[in-house]
Design a protein around this ligand. Structure first.
Ligand SMILES: C[S@@+](CC[C@H](N)C(=O)[O-])C[C@H]1O[C@@H](n2cnc3c(N)ncnc32)[C@H](O)[C@@H]1O
Length: 344
């Protein structure tokens, strides 16, 4: 989702004659819960007022935080209800959202229905989360302190002195304690009213978010001055989010018919081999860390025919655990250009 906001907002900064005439995103996950949640996040990103800090807080909190305030919970419930009651997503409304077909929309609607009014006890959701983390600690050696150090090492831009107090992993360093707070609480705030339904696995009502997920990671790194000016990592992330949303909305407003985001469920490789219509090709294919699950070669073999045949088209691959897991976890990103593929 953040990649969509980023791409559209970058496009809005180009001179009008250099902007793409249309932007068509196709988002896939074989987990329909991710798809149903992404629809909500995109709707909120497209409709809030980014100049109102309460609106950016709302987007941030429903996107990342386990705990919500009463008012954000109520606001989220209104959006979920509107989605449940909406008959179709098409050109008649001003939404850029589309669904693969009516079955996928129905699948999402069932999930939204389940989240509508879902009001789990926050304490038991926290216990659920702690249990999951403890299981991963035993099975995989997952360790919160190591994870905090990893996020800390990604936090700063450029070469900085390891002894710089901004990086010290001590209780007196507010940036470090903020990272630790995230991993222990599953929220960037201290809210304690309601559990965020969109982070709950529908129908079974369990916490199943990835144990190593971190709200800050896709906004890092920061300049030291930026962090100091904002005062906290969360504030620095929200400042970036605000800019992304503002620019995203600028493009959306001026190119309303040209921006489409289509949501697909099912296996990504089947989608590439037989889901899309035969002529459908892409400028960029971002595979997330799917290759961690099903192998790099499978991903390349299935995605490559869907890449447009020009030099700059590319496949972006993310690896969370390739080779180094579980000794040293870390996110690696690689880009394969169309012209490189013939060498593989
Ligand atoms: C690192 S997560 C990215 C999360 C997601 N893009 C989001 O915005 O929250 C990787 C995602 O890949 C999905 N996934 C794994 N294997 C897949 C496959 N073969 N086809 C489709 N999705 C897959 C998982 O369900 C998981 O949500």
């Amino acid at each position: 989702m953040r990649n969509i906001l980023f791409t559209v907002s970058e496009m809005s900064q180009r001179k009008p004659e250099e902007r793409a005439r249309s932007l068509n995103f196709h988002l896939n996950d074989y987990d329909p819960t991710v798809v149903a949640r992404n629809a909500i996040i995109l709707e909120v990103a497209g409709t809030i007022n980014p100049d109102i800090s309460e609106d950016i807080d709302f987007l941030w909190n429903i996107w990342y935080n386990m705990a919500l305030s009463e008012s954000h919970y109520a606001r989220l419930q209104q959006i979920i209800s509107a989605f449940v009651d909406k008959n179709s997503f098409d050109d008649r409304d001003h939404s850029c959202l589309r669904f693969q077909d009516s079955d996928v929309l129905e699948e999402c609607r069932d999930i939204w229905k389940d989240w509508r009014g879902l009001d789990l006890d926050l304490k038991s959701v926290k216990e659920d989360r702690n249990k999951l983390i403890e299981e991963r600690r035993r099975e995989l050696g997952f360790n919160i302190d190591t994870q905090c150090l990893l996020v800390r090492s990604q936090m700063m831009m450029g070469i900085i002195d390891e002894v710089d107090s901004i990086l010290s992993p001590t209780p007196s360093n507010s940036f470090y304690t903020e990272i630790k707070h995230w991993f222990i609480e599953g929220s960037t705030s201290d809210e304690s009213d309601k559990a965020n339904p969109t982070l709950i696995r529908p129908f079974i009502h369990k916490w199943k978010q990835h144990y190593g997920a971190c709200a800050f990671e896709s906004y890092l790194p920061f300049e030291k001055q930026e962090l100091l000016r904002c005062g906290s990592i969360t504030a620095a992330c929200k400042e970036r989010l605000k800019l992304l949303v503002k620019r995203y909305q600028q493009y959306k407003k001026s190119h309303s018919a040209a921006l489409k985001v289509t949501l697909w469920t099912g296996d990504a490789l089947c989608l590439c081999t037989s889901g899309f219509h035969p002529g459908q090709t892409f400028d960029i294919i971002d595979t997330s860390n799917v290759s961690d699950h099903i192998g790099l070669l499978n991903v390349l073999v299935c995605c490559s025919p869907r890449l447009k045949k020009y030099v700059d088209s590319s496949i972006r691959l993310h690896f969370v655990c390739l080779f180094v897991f579980p000794i040293k976890r870390g996110l690696k990103i690689a880009t394969v250009n169309h012209c490189d593929l013939c060498h593989i």
